[in-house]
Design a protein around this ligand. Structure first.
Ligand code: G3P
Length: 227
């Protein structure tokens, strides 16, 4: 499962990208807006931080296919070929996805609340489809269950499109979908940091440090002892 940071705060991206095995960064217009900065400047800075080989997701804004395609071409020209264009999974979006695929531009069918939206975006040629787990839960439906159903549909129909689950509230949701074998999850920084937040882990590491210090001295490492 690929793991993405769903955020545009460059300090958080720098820190998390340095620590975790992260495959890229996903953004949307609301996430970019939270920075209070020019969205193009932010996207360029994120691209510099993560490098040309990592995946960067940016959304096309217009509501019509022609406008989406124009945005997609401009974004890829600016940020490179490893940039995935997020396109809402609605009829104009399906049209844009189909044409962008013919041009070799990668897309993600986004704003997915139902399995049929995901199926049609995949059938149009999207590389990824992005269902919103927590937002679906908040509507009174089963977000995790819908993501699993989407994964089943893609598998049964032998489609290459990958599920990129988004809108997570906690690390347990990510684990459940990881165990189900979905293609990717994109998480806000606090959810990524909750993936391995556990007092038992901290306690075990503290005990190792404390025990070693008894025979080696405070703050000594193996390299210090070996010399
Ligand atoms: O990019 C879409 C998705 O990640 C939204 O997440 O937390 O705003 O529901 P959230």
């Amino acid at each position: 499962m690929k793991l993405f940071i769903d955020d545009a705060n460059v300090d958080d991206i720098k820190r998390l990208f340095g620590l975790y095995p992260i495959d890229g960064v996903t953004t949307n217009p609301s996430i970019l807006s939270k920075t209070g900065r020019n969205p193009v400047d932010v996207l360029k800075e994120i691209r510099e931080i993560i490098g040309a080989d990592s995946l960067l997701f940016a959304q096309a804004l217009p509501l019509d296919a022609e406008g989406m395609i124009k945005d997609a071409r401009a974004i890829v020209k600016l940020l490179g070929s490893n940039t995935i264009i997020k396109v809402p999974s609605v009829p104009e979006g399906f049209k844009a996805i189909r044409i962008l695929k013919e041009e070799g531009i990668h897309t993600c069918g986004t704003v997915v609340y139902t399995p049929m939206q995901a199926y049609l975006a995949a059938k149009a040629g999207a590389d990824y489809v992005a269902p919103y787990v927590n937002r679906i839960d908040n509507m009174g439906y089963d977000g995790i269950g819908i993501v699993k159903q989407i994964q089943d549909i893609l598998t049964i129909h032998r489609m290459d499109t990958k599920v990129l689950a988004a809108s997570f509230k906690n690390s347990q949701q990510v684990l459940e979908l990881c165990a189900y074998g979905i293609g990717g999850s994109t998480c806000a920084p606090d959810v990524i940091e909750a993936l391995v937040k556990n007092l038992a882990i901290d306690g075990a590491i503290d005990a190792f440090i404390h025990d070693f210090a008894k025979v080696a001295g405070e703050d000594k490492s193996m390299a210090d002892l070996i010399g």
